[in-house]
Design a binder for this molecule. Structure first.
Ligand SMILES: [Zn+2]
Length: 170
């Protein structure tokens, strides 16, 4: 795993409000904001988990805008969830990783959808690994460096299969 992934997954900031979710993306957002400056019009108005958002358009949104779009889709689809905002935040984490081309996550998406999961279910499957990882970090107090933490997460994503996901859902 290269250095470039270092800031993609700063887990400590993720579960609660994504306050400054990832350094890399913030830098990128600022850069995009400067690049596009006056003509910054959000090209992305809706989110649909069954089709991958165009990465540039997705990453151009700030974290809160992404979560709002994901929430809106779930509300419109009348999907019952205990906490739609938390659900949307996990979707957003996974979509960010795909948009940033984090290879194990991209591979997992391909593997899961090839095995018959819908894209939406595949997002949920990967999000379940994110959630486990968050739980692990919060409960064991594992505070090793970011690279080690991310390596554990990515290894778990690599192990994820449609079969293990279906079993866990029972
Ligand atoms: Zn969902």
């Amino acid at each position: 795993m290269g250095r470039k992934n270092r800031h993609i997954f700063q887990i400590e900031t993720l579960p609660l409000g994504c306050d400054g979710c990832t350094g890399a993306m913030m830098v990128r957002s600022v850069k995009l904001a400067n690049d596009t400056h006056s003509q910054r019009t959000c090209s992305m108005k809706t989110y649909n988990p069954e089709s991958a958002p165009e990465p540039e358009a997705w990453l151009e949104l700030d974290e809160q805008e992404r979560i709002v779009l994901v929430e809106a889709w779930h509300r419109a689809a009348h999907i019952k969830l205990p906490n739609v905002t938390a659900h949307a935040a996990f979707h957003t984490i996974v979509e960010n990783q795909i948009a940033l081309n984090l290879e194990p996550v991209v591979r997992a998406m391909h593997r899961l959808t090839t095995a018959g999961l819908t894209r939406h279910d595949a997002i949920h499957a990967i999000a379940s690994v994110v959630a486990e990882h968050v739980f692990d970090v919060l409960n064991t107090g594992k505070r090793d460096d970011t690279d080690a933490s991310q390596a554990r997460y990515l290894a778990a994503v690599e192990r994820l299969t449609a079969a293990t996901w279906r079993e866990s859902g029972d």
